[in-house]
Design a protein around this ligand. Structure first.
Ligand code: SF4
Ligand code: SF4
Length: 428
């Protein structure tokens, strides 16, 4: 694997915006599917009174993690809900009572071993806060007998434009980040941690370098600010030089990759027992007059965030959950904040560049050079159009992480990344 990356405007206008709590919304809606893997089943009923931190959804499936109430109030509805990704799951709506009473289920977990640590993290409802949403307890509970885990890679690259929520975690809660790293290293038995930060965040690099000056077991890795530097396989390679192959998890190469905000959350959870019920998000885009970073209860309608950032829904031409490269378009202003949301970006029609018409490939090779996985998007496109499954497998389309770099650089404006996604679905 090689990594050239592409250069994007950073637009990190909210990097100095200290995170503030938004006012408590009147209602929250909590979809049962907020992480990679099986959705939860509601364990409350309409009319139930719930408290902050109370479990409201769980699953017996291996790949799942429980869901907790972010507010105190009354369950007013449990219905099917259409997620932004087109899937449908149950969602619990809770009318808040404004008291934010904490559930007796919230208590500091007793952790004194690897097993109790993993079990506690499972109960916390934690999943990767960088966007992918892989349940954290599964990531931590790897079979170390196969390939011993010797490296913890903390992903603080935050390479998508606009988003500064991980950066604010580094700046506002560095002790939590380091404590979370220490806890993972101690209980999982990992000898070395790498904190990977892009070089457009010099303040955080300087601070963490000073804080870890006496630690030979923690290295601060300065990454070139280049997209998609924060992709899991890329950051693992940048830190350790190890290549994670097709279909492999980082654990196959002795690595756990963890988002920096997840590390900070682990520390706070072990100190307080409060599960994942709120998160930090960046609110930005030209349709918002006051871009900022906020803490919002999970389940908060996006419309509340828009009005908090002095935006009006009428002015918005495009609404994104996540960054402009890998984020997802939202069709509904009342979409709830979920565990994996690190940003809401709202743009006016004026800011959206009209899509140029797709023209024939001119064989310039820019898409090949841009691809961090060394794929051949033009060949994949051809194989997909020919519906040639074997060729698509040979071209290793499953390695595509949908970073969008190929589409971004293509002068012919071909929908390469989109075609790759369709091709992956096709061979599946
Ligand atoms: S979207 Fe896929 S094919 Fe395109 S650059 Fe990214 S990884 Fe490569
Ligand atoms: S970047 Fe676009 S025009 Fe250039 S080779 Fe790739 S598909 Fe063709």
């Amino acid at each position: 694997m090689h990594f050239n990356g592409i250069t994007l405007a950073h637009n990190k206008g909210t990097q100095d915006s200290a995170t503030v709590k938004i006012p408590l919304p009147k209602t929250v809606r909590l979809p049962m599917s907020q992480h990679m893997g099986a959705p939860c089943e509601p364990c409350v009923q309409k009319g139930d009174r719930v408290l902050v931190g109370q479990k409201i959804g769980d699953s017996n499936a291996f790949m799942s993690t429980p869901l907790h109430s972010s507010v105190s109030g009354t369950v007013t509805d449990i219905t099917d809900y259409l997620l932004a990704n087109g899937r449908v799951c149950k969602a619990v709506t809770i009318e808040t009572d404004g008291e934010q009473k904490i559930s007796p289920e919230v208590y500091r977990p007793v952790v004194n071993s690897r097993e109790s640590f993993v079990a506690a993290i499972k109960q916390s409802g934690c999943c990767g806060l960088g966007g992918a949403g892989f349940p954290t307890h599964i990531k931590l509970n790897v079979d170390t007998g196969k390939t011993p885990i010797d490296s913890l890679v903390i992903n603080a690259a935050e390479c998508e434009p606009y988003i500064t929520s991980d950066y604010r975690e580094l700046i506002e809660r560095p002790e939590d980040v380091l404590d979370g790293i220490n806890k993972v290293m101690k209980y999982i038995g990992i000898k070395k941690a790498y904190v990977c930060i892009e070089n457009n965040k010099p303040k955080a690099i300087k601070d963490f370098t000073q804080r870890t000056a006496t630690r030979s077991d923690i290295s601060i890795v300065t990454l070139k600010a280049s997209y998609p530097q924060g992709a899991e396989k890329v950051v693992a390679f940048s830190a350790t030089g190890r290549v994670i192959g097709e279909g492999e998890l980082p654990s196959a190469k002795g690595i756990i990759v963890m988002n920096v905000s997840t590390a900070g959350f682990i520390s706070r959870y072990l100190k307080t027992g409060m599960p994942l019920v709120e998160r930090r998000l960046t609110l930005d885009g030209d349709a918002l007059r006051t871009p900022c970073n906020v803490f919002a209860p999970i389940g908060t309608p996006v419309s509340e965030l828009i009005s908090f950032a002095d935006g009006s829904t009428e002015a918005i031409g495009k609404l994104l959950s996540g960054g402009p490269m890998m984020g997802m378009c939202l069709y509904d202003f009342d979409t709830p904040v979920c565990k994996t949301n690190n940003a809401i970006l709202a743009f006016t029609e004026k800011a959206i560049k009209p899509k140029d018409e797709q023209t024939a490939c001119i064989h310039c090779g820019r898409c090949l050079r841009a691809c961090p996985m060394k794929l051949m998007p033009t060949e994949i496109e051809r194989a997909y159009e020919a519906k040639d499954k074997e060729r698509l497998k040979k071209l290793k389309v499953n390695l595509c992480m949908n970073c969008g770099s190929c589409s971004y650089v293509c002068p012919a404006k071909r929908n390469l990344a989109e075609t790759n996604q369709l091709a992956k679905e096709f061979i599946r």
